[in-house]
Write a protein that binds this ligand. Structure first.
Ligand SMILES: [Zn+2]
Length: 285
């Protein structure tokens, strides 16, 4: 009987990375997220599965692993999205029902019942670290062996080519979470998408991510000096960052740009008004 998933890469002590479309973690019977391939978990002891956040690519086969006996935990704020991915999909479209074409495939998947909350997680194998911003309940996990699984809180430099506007609901929280990652004493940093890197190397990825978030905010602040509609702001940022044009990317950009608008509004840097039933945003002079 194998004791770890057969594609697992050893990082330190009992901590392994299970590579996949989403990198998962495996620490002596504790799983962190899941890869998409259930066969690698065959015969592997897994009694607890912690989900970093409520996006379907992070719990793609959780329901299968739960059927085989794993207890599944998620953060309070994300648990409903793990149990029912439709909640996230509808949230993206102000709770109305979007078409499949409008919805990224990363949000679509099979839900999994949640048995407990990460907030109550108390385990010698790992510590949960709140890293909100990508979602409200997003958490990372620091294993006892000094490996930090960051989920989608950190995007490595290489990913920005493909995703110049990575999904986030609150850029202020994203930056605060990146600073929290920087402060975690660890040997390895494992993002859900990308490669495990040593702590020292992670530093430049953190800096790069923060720089990109600040740059997008600056871009928007500058673009809004003569006022723009919400639709105009989405189009402006999408063009400036060179996003691919399709329905799913458009709707993700709507959320992202609203994230920036809400944050700049909260900081008093822009104003919102409604004129002729159209919403306008303008930089405060
Ligand atoms: Zn995600």
């Amino acid at each position: 009987m194998p004791s770890v998933p057969d594609t697992a890469i050893h990082l330190a002590g009992d901590t392994y990375v299970v590579p996949g479309l989403t990198n998962a973690g495996y620490i002596a019977g504790l799983g962190i997220d899941t890869s998409e391939d259930e066969s690698v978990y065959e015969g592997v002891p897994l009694e607890l599965l912690a989900i970093t956040h409520g996006h379907a690519d992070h719990f793609s086969i959780a329901h299968i692993l739960r059927d085989s006996g794993a207890r599944v935990i998620a953060a309070r704020d994300d648990a409903a999205m793990v149990e029912n991915p439709d909640i996230n999909i509808r949230g993206m479209f102000s709770w109305a029902k979007p078409s499949d074409k409008m919805t990224t495939k990363l949000f679509r998947g099979i839900g999994c019942a949640v048995d407990g909350y990460i907030e109550e997680f108390n385990d010698p194998r790992a510590t949960a670290i709140p890293l909100p911003g990508h979602t409200l309940g997003h958490h990372g996990f620091l294993t006892a062996d000094g490996v930090l699984f960051t989920g989608d809180a950190l995007y490595q430099r290489e990913l920005w080519e493909q995703h110049p506007l990575p999904y986030a609901i609150d850029p202020g929280m994203v930056v605060a979470s990146l600073e929290r990652i920087r402060g975690v004493p660890c040997e390895w940093v494992v993002p859900a998408h990308g490669q495990p890197v040593r702590r020292t190397e992670a530093e430049e990825h953190i800096d790069f991510h923060i720089t990109q978030v600040r740059r997008t905010a600056e871009l928007l602040l500058h673009g809004l000096r003569d006022g723009m509609t919400t639709e105009g702001a989405v189009a402006f940022i999408s063009r400036e960052l060179g996003l691919v044009e399709n329905q799913a990317v458009y709707w993700l950009a709507v959320t992202d740009v609203k994230g920036y608008l809400g944050e700049l509004l909260g900081r008093g840097l822009i104003e919102f008004s409604v004129r002729d039933h159209v919403g306008w945003w303008q930089t405060v002079r």
